[in-house]
Design a protein around this ligand. Structure first.
Ligand code: PLP
Length: 410
């Protein structure tokens, strides 16, 4: 009799996994740099980067050796103890940012969960139980726990799970007067993605973020920047707030933070952190030695002029060519985003068809993402080479040419 764990087929997904995803028809089995191979040996250029996670591509030698070295020493001890990689990574993140203190988690949602709970606890301790309201942005995305879907501004993710979390208001993004009308002395926090990722790659304007900072200050509310997608080098700065010149009170980071190893972090000041005393919040795996060792190694590579300035140049290379493709085939009418968080907005006749572009791109040898139904998203490795960018975009152009040909024939 065949042992069913000896093989793995795409059909097994439907038979054995909870159907909360609908993965591509091929199964990637190996990655190197910005290239991925599937079970059939088909090679694709990876512009998806594991949804802004594989910041140094696949199997980067510095990350591989950090993981191997740590895996020979210590995998896990829990937070009953501390560990050397966690301490080293916390010190490095503090040195590189506004923060004085770090809380480690395992994902972006958990980092945000910690941030939101900390903001409520801080306000509760300082001002009493009335100050618990959270203001978030329409279309924002902060993760899939019950608190984070409720704070996120997309009802499709929060409806149908019982009563909503009380005290959460959503206002339109990049609209300071809407925030001004909503904020009050009952607001404990305003949470914003400096660049909305999942809902279409929409950057905040600098004036807006400055205005948000001022409104938070006048109302005694904490400003939380969710940099889960925009952070850790993706914009050509270690964190996007550094380019905006607007400093949050709490910042959350995940995705690229681990370069592919699951890790999240919440960064804050010493005064705010002091409100999470022993026992108020926790996680078994947060700050585990393997994740922290890999993240520290990733930080060493990413937080350098060479990599960060390379991101800005690669942005221009992507944008120029995507605009050309957009014009030539009438498929995109705007290319937006910062650094290597790029969205190509589908033109009117193509609205709602991002998934079709993804599928066609994969068939032509390049992996891309969508950000909602109307935007094709690119979040490749920060160290992808110019040749890989050009080759991937050639393949994307072939996919778009085939799609537009097929559409014209219909
Ligand atoms: N916040 C933002 C801005 C994100 O883009 C995401 C994931 O896409 C999350 C939070 C949730 O992160 P995770 O999926 O690691 O929980």
């Amino acid at each position: 009799m065949t042992n069913i764990t000896e093989y793995a087929l795409r059909a097994d997904f439907d038979n054995y996994l909870v159907p909360s995803y609908s993965p591509a028809s091929y199964i990637p089995v190996k990655g190197l740099g910005a290239r991925v191979w599937d079970q059939q040996g088909v090679e694709r250029i990876d512009f998806a980067g594991g949804i802004a996670v594989n910041a140094l591509g696949h199997a980067h030698p510095v990350l591989v050796s950090a993981l191997m070295e740590q895996s020979d020493k210590l995998w896990h001890v829990s937070n009953v103890f501390t560990n050397e990689p966690a301490l080293k990574l916390a010190k490095a993140l503090v040195r590189a940012t506004f923060a004085d203190r770090v809380f480690f988690a395992n994902s972006g949602a958990e980092a945000n969960e910690a941030a939101l709970k900390l903001a409520r606890r801080y306000a509760h301790d300082k001002s009493g139980p009335e100050k618990f309201e959270i203001i978030s942005m329409v279309n924002s995305f902060h993760g899939r726990t019950l608190f984070t879907v409720n704070v996120g501004g997309q009802p499709k993710y929060s409806d149908g799970f019982g009563p909503k979390i009380e005290g959460v208001t959503h206002v339109p993004f990049n609209d300071l007067s809407a925030l001004k009308a909503a904020v009050s002395e009952r607001t404990c926090a305003v949470i914003i993605e400096p660049i909305q990722g999942e809902s279409g790659v929409v950057p905040a304007s600098r004036d807006y973020l400055q205005g948000v900072r001022e409104l938070c200050d006048t109302n005694g509310a904490l400003l939380i920047f969710d940099e889960v997608q925009s952070g850790f080098g993706r914009t050509g700065h270690l964190y996007a707030y550094q380019a905006y010149g607007v400093t949050p009170d709490i910042l959350t980071s995940a995705k690229s933070l681990g370069g592919g190893f699951p890790i999240g972090a919440m960064l804050t000041t010493a005064a705010i952190a002091a409100h999470f005393t022993p026992g108020t919040h926790g996680t078994t795996y947060g700050g585990n030695p393997l994740g922290c060792a890999v993240s520290l190694a990733a930080l060493g590579v990413i937080n350098t002029d060479e990599v960060l300035s390379g991101v800005a140049l690669k942005h221009l290379r992507f944008k120029g060519r995507l605009e050309q493709i957009g014009q030539r085939y009438g498929i995109f009418d705007q290319v937006r985003g910062v650094g290597l968080l790029i969205g190509a907005v589908l033109s009117e006749p193509w609205k709602g068809r991002a998934k079709e572009v993804l599928t066609a791109a994969a068939a032509h040898g390049v992996m891309v993402l969508q950000a909602g139904p109307d935007v094709v998203r690119f979040t490749p490795s920060l160290v992808i080479t110019d040749e890989e960018i050009d080759q991937g975009l050639d393949r994307l152009e072939s996919a778009v040419a085939a799609l537009t040909r097929d559409s014209a024939a219909c």
